[in-house]
Ligand binder design. Structure first.
Ligand SMILES: Nc1ncnc2c1ncn2[C@@H]1O[C@H](COP(=O)(O)OP(=O)(O)OP(=O)(O)O)[C@@H](O)[C@H]1O
Ligand SMILES: [Mg+2]
Length: 388
């Protein structure tokens, strides 16, 4: 298989030149124009080597190299060559300290670049291949304690944050089988494949599931809900857990957005999930439902930590504050997402999630903070393995 090289440069001419040279040599090429995109593609494309320009928008080359090395946490090592216009020794040292393996000063001869690439690939590839990180395979359920509390908004934007900001491989499943909203939120037509294509096939396997997924521009993969409420009946309770397990073998995170019904389908999702995020707002009917859900989860024998409460629109005035809610539920609210009606509704109505484009809004920041907390156990586990 051809080695895959991630080229990171914001200059389209340099991109084209490098792409041409590398493809001539038989390499696969992926291109990023800024530092944030570089880190995201590093996570989703698993390149064998990175060619990294220093001067980049968003994150500079040093920061990207540092982020990549932190993410790898010693469990593998993708070689990085820094491309720099600077000649000073100090800059070279900085690049190497940030985690680069080699550097080239622009302009350089293509032959020199190719020689360095070959040598680095030979040095790192066999070991890298052996230690390539398996997917985390964590299944997360997003369950609305009541309709309209923002479950879909949070599931979609958390999925995008986990991928784009934290470099995870993510699949999002619309488990709201009758009235799934992901096509609306993500501007996708009814002609796209859905879970119905999986469950009506003669046999289910990873290739079938893969061929049914829809790629979103943000880089996450989607398994859409049936196109009509009638076809939802084709999905049986055993299907979603089976599909989720297959997806868990391919992704770091599988997020399943489900509605408030406590039926066999949703109970199957609870069973498959590592964590059930119960999305709620601070009002009485939600508090009543959350109490019933917590009781049900306890009757089902799940440990308390499996259920985590997410208070959406946490700073909206409802007359019930976080303390009141915690008192009524006799437990802490685990996460909060701020209220920003305009941001949320305009994202919905334009089909462009706020995490993909307006990630620096208050709402974007709040969901990113949530995503970081969700990812924390996995991030610390990787670091712990590296330290051992
Ligand atoms: N943090 C927020 N701040 C302001 N408005 C929000 C927030 N989260 C969601 N909303 C708005 O609340 C409405 C319902 O959101 P959403 O469809 O995500 O909820 P849901 O719980 O999935 O609903 P359903 O029960 O229909 O599946 C939308 O108009 C959305 O824009
Ligand atoms: Mg919804």
């Amino acid at each position: 298989m051809a080695a895959k090289i991630l080229v990171v440069d914001d200059d389209p001419n340099v991109q084209r030149g490098l792409e041409y040279t590398l493809k001539q040599e038989g390499y696969d090429v992926v291109i990023a124009s800024d530092g944030a995109e570089a880190f995201r593609l590093y996570g989703s494309e698993a390149p064998d080597l990175v060619l990294l320009d220093v001067m980049l928008p968003k994150l500079d080359g040093y920061q990207v190299a540092e982020k990549i090395r932190a993410e790898e946490a010693g469990t593998r090592h993708v070689p990085i060559i820094m491309l720099t216009a600077e000649r000073e020794v100090e800059q070279k040292v900085r690049g190497l300290r940030a985690g680069a393996d080699d550097y080239l000063i622009k302009p350089f001869h293509p032959a020199e670049l190719l020689a360095r690439i070959k040598s680095l690939l030979a040095r790192f590839a066999p070991r890298g291949a052996l230690l390539a990180r398996p997917p985390l395979g964590r299944i997360l359920a997003f369950y609305g304690a009541k309709g309209g509390v923002g479950t879909t908004t949070i599931a979609i934007n958390t999925a995008i944050a986990l991928h784009r900001e934290l470099g995870r491989k993510v699949c999002l499943v619309d488990g709201n089988l009758q009235f799934g909203d992901h096509r609306v939120f993500l501007d996708l037509g009814l002609d796209r494949k859905s879970i119905v294509d999986v469950v009506t096939a003669p046999a289910m396997d990873a290739d079938l599931v893969k061929s049914t997924l829809v790629k979103h521009d943000s880089g996450i993969d989607l398994l859409l809900a049936p196109p009509t409420p009638e076809t939802a009946e084709l999905v049986h309770p055993a299907h979603l857990p089976e599909i989720a397990e297959i997806l868990a073998g391919m992704y770091d995170y599988v997020l399943i957005d489900i509605d408030k019904r406590l039926d066999d389908i949703n109970l199957g999702v609870f069973e498959a999930a590592a964590v059930v995020f119960v999305v709620m707002t601070a009002d009485l009917s939600c508090l009543k439902n959350v109490r019933l859900i917590l009781e049900t989860m306890s009757h089902l024998g799940y440990p308390p930590a499996k259920t985590q409460l997410v208070l959406n629109r946490s700073n909206a005035f409802t007359g019930i504050n976080v303390k009141n809610a915690e008192g009524a539920l006799k437990r802490t609210i685990d996460h909060q997402v701020v209220n920003e009606y305009r941001g949320a509704i305009s994202a919905l109505n334009t089909g462009a999630p706020f995490m993909f484009g307006k990630a620096d809004s208050a709402l974007g920041g709040s969901v990113l903070q949530f995503a970081r907390t969700v990812d924390k156990p996995a991030a610390s586990a990787t670091k712990a393995v590296a330290l051992r």
